[in-house]
Design a protein around this ligand. Structure first.
Ligand code: HDD
Length: 716
């Protein structure tokens, strides 16, 4: 029995089981149930003869194969997903009547898909990119989709700009280059003309865009939504997912190398954690704002390029989500799942955020082409566990067999069924928001402060994070060929932080203009007066926000961390066993890496299984390195250039490393480490020689020792 089977079968799992198929012990058949006798040869006219058109078995097999592919998602094509459940901590009745947020004993099944945005289905997981974080709740009142990202803001303020944004970031249309990367001219051309994207750019250039794992990312609903309670009272709400493992990232050099060594790194990580029973968990948080406070802030709650700093409105944790089951079939579930921000339930409603309003159109529309017609809600993974009764009929691939002659409302022949649901029966009623205004194509002036929250984000980062953000901009703009685009970007960055602009400009061989002119907003109507569309200088809502820095994330666990153990014949068994015991007790996973596969013998003659050879393993795929003691073992490793490179790279990527006894000699074989070890008697940060396993556990929990990196002089 698989570990995951032992978990309480959710309602959705039961529902899916009606469509699951298992061929174990069964005969091979055609799609129509005919047992097949020969699946090796087509039907021919004579042994060497031509294949006959009559061969319906061949034709069925090839035809089905020819039609196996569906269009990939226009964005978020690359993804991985898992099943799980959500449970609220206490009733949220005061704020919302949403059924799944009332009863702490209720487990609502969920299906969650994580994704990158720009790359195609087969692209690398480690692209510098936003990550999608889409949650489908199968509630007793119908499907609720929270279609969010791992970044709380967006590039643009109005959905009408979405096709432009996506065309700019996707591979360039003339040569389809580059794949899954924003580091090219068309992306930065667009961005440099859209000052509203600056806050999001700070996030996407930060290490948040290269997560260590899907399991170590935050999620955000981005828009301001509404909670509506049973009395019809509304509160504005922002949604958050906070991972229990903390928020962690890799560094850019590592990300690029992982892309080669294991492009499925995040997909594999999620899959393996669940198979190993280390179920990923997130707390669900809400920021609640009363209706009366709609205009209390300097920014507009409807503007999706703004956050509400947690210092102003704290995140109230109201529940937990656990992912405990991998999909049975990638295509049927992960590929065919169809999310839509418009799938909501009573107790939750939209606001007039113009980005959200456009999304409400786009998602159903895209599923119609991607999944081939209007019945995609019947595909098992999309099917509601709440019963579905209405007068919608027919269309391609209809599964439901509706009985009776009535498919209209009102009707008397069907006794008026199905009945409209009263509010008390869960019938959805839109919030009766008062709207007074002229019909205009335009944007509210309250959306025009494009820089203050970008500044807040930058200034809330730790030194190391600022350095990484600067380096990311240097990299991305360094790949841009058009000098004018780089110059425009330096101009925009100087509105955010002068040192940031200077440090980026230096690397690009540019100068920051002495006098900082207001940047021109090119995103204006043809007859618009440019004066009316210039960004306004706002004040950051708070000076610094700790929640924006990954440095302040929880660093109290090493659960599921991957530890590389370097050893060869002659290793010291006791030191390995001591470390293994202590690390595994805390939930870390050890991989024994030796020059060759098979087994290695300890100095005492006992054999241990090798999990990977130096050929298949790579330092970038691990969180920390342990070098075993044992003179002969270390001697063998020293002769292996791959072993030396392994520790050298782990050092470069600021990972915790431990060596016992002669193991330190392998560390010294790396020039970088030798130089640092030689500096004074104290060891460089995160390097533990002859220390206890417990000290290594604490070091791994720190994730990285960024202090080892070279820093720019002017960072702040
Ligand atoms: Fe979107 C997919 C998240 C703006 C149009 N979006 C998609 C997915 C996520 C998001 C996570 C993948 C869902 C899955 O795993 O299947 N999108 C966002 C967020 C946005 C956002 C957080 C801003 C706050 N999106 C956005 C706009 C539009 C779209 C403004 C169009 C006007 N998004 C789509 C889409 C996709 C999609 C084209 C592609 C595949 C799909 O819907 O099912 O309709």
């Amino acid at each position: 029995m698989k570990k995951t089977d032992s978990f309480e079968a959710s309602k959705k799992t039961e529902d899916l089981s009606m469509n699951t198929e298992n061929a174990e012990g069964q005969l091979l058949t055609s799609n129509h149930g005919l047992p097949i006798n020969d699946d090796q040869n087509s039907l021919k006219a004579g042994e060497r003869g031509a294949t006959l058109l009559e061969d319906f078995i061949l034709r069925e097999k090839i035809t089905h194969f020819d039609h196996e592919r569906i269009p990939e998602r226009i964005v978020h094509a690359r993804g991985a997903a898992a099943h799980g459940y959500f449970q609220v901590y206490e009733s949220m009745e005061k704020y919302t009547k949403a059924h799944f947020l009332q009863d702490p004993s209720l487990k609502t099944p969920v299906f969650v898909r994580f994704s990158t945005v720009a790359g195609s289905r087969g692209s690398t997981d480690l692209a510098r990119d936003v990550r999608g974080f889409a949650v489908k709740f199968y509630t007793e009142q119908g499907v609720y989709d929270l279609v969010g990202n791992n970044i709380p803001v967006f590039f643009i303020q109005d959905a009408i700009k979405f096709p432009d944004l996506v065309h700019a970031v996707k591979p360039e249309p003339h040569n389809e280059i580059p794949q899954a990367a924003s580091a090219h001219d068309t992306f930065w051309d667009f961005i440099s003309l859209m000052p509203e994207s600056m806050h999001m750019i700070m996030w996407t250039m930060s290490d948040r865009a290269i997560p260590r794992s899907y399991r170590m990312m935050e999620g955000f609903g981005v828009h301001t939504f509404r909670f509506i309670n049973a009395d019809g009272k509304s509160h504005f709400v922002k949604f958050h997912w906070k991972p229990l493992l903390g928020v962690h990232s890799v560094c850019w050099d590592e990300a690029q190398k992982i892309s080669g060594k294991d492009p499925d790194f995040h997909r594999r990580d999620l899959w393996e954690a669940i198979e190993n029973g280390a179920f990923p968990e997130w707390e669900f948080g809400v920021q609640l704002i009363s209706e009366d406070d709609e205009f209390k802030y300097d920014f507009d709650l409807l503007d999706p390029t703004k956050i509400i700093p947690e210092e102003l409105v704290p995140v109230k944790k109201i529940g937990k989500m656990v992912l405990n089951r991998n999909p049975d079939n990638f295509f049927a579930e992960t590929e065919q799942v169809a999310f839509h921000p418009g799938h909501i339930v009573s107790g939750i409603d939209f606001t007039n955020d113009p980005l959200l309003q456009g999304r409400l159109f786009s998602y159903t529309d895209t599923q119609l082409i991607r999944l081939g017609g209007p019945n995609f809600h019947e595909i098992p993974i999309n099917r509601s566990v709440a019963p579905v009764h209405n007068h919608q009929r027919d269309g391609y691939m209809r599964q439901t067999i509706n009985q009776g002659r009535v498919s209209y409302n009102p009707n008397s022949l069907g006794g008026g069924c199905p009945f409209q649901a009263k509010a008390m029966q869960g019938g959805f009623q839109s919030y009766t928001e008062r709207i007074d205004g002229k019909k205009i194509r335009g944007r509210s002036k309250s959306f025009f402060d494009h820089f203050s929250q970008a500044t807040l984000f930058y200034e809330s980062q730790s030194e190391a994070e600022k350095q990484h953000l600067t380096d990311a901009l240097r990299f991305e703009l360094g790949k841009v060929e058009t000098i004018a685009i780089r110059e425009r970007m330096v101009g925009l960055l100087s509105q955010i932080n002068k040192n940031l602009a200077k440090n980026v400009a230096d690397a690009l061989g540019l100068k920051v203009p002495e006098t900082l002119e207001q940047p021109v907003n090119h995103s204006i109507p043809a007859d618009g007066n440019p004066e009316d569309y210039q960004p306004v200088a706002g004040k950051p809502p708070v000076k610094k926000s700790e929640a924006l820095s990954m440095n302040s994330t929880s660093k109290n666990t090493i659960k599921t961390r991957q530890i590389a153990v370097l050893a060869a014949n002659g290793f010291d068994e006791k030191s390995l066993n001591d470390f293994k015991k202590a690390l595994e007790k805390e939930g870390a996973m050890l991989t024994i890496i030796a020059p060759k596969l098979g087994t290695i013998k300890s100095a005492g003659g006992n054999e241990t299984k090798v999990n990977q050879s130096l050929l298949t393993a790579a330092s970038v795929l691990f969180d920390a390195v342990f070098v075993c003691a044992g003179g002969k073992s270390v001697e063998t490793l020293l002769e292996e250039p791959d072993a030396v490179e392994f520790v050298d790279e782990a050092y470069k990527h600021c990972k915790p490393m431990a060596a016992v006894g002669d193991g330190v000699e392998l560390l010294k074989a790396s020039n970088r480490i030798k130089k640092e070890l030689g500096k004074d008697t104290s060891l460089p940060l995160g390097i533990l020689v002859d220390k206890s396993p417990e000290e290594f556990v604490s070091a791994i929990a720190q994730h990285r020792f960024w202090e080892r990196e070279k820093k720019d002089k002017h960072l702040n």
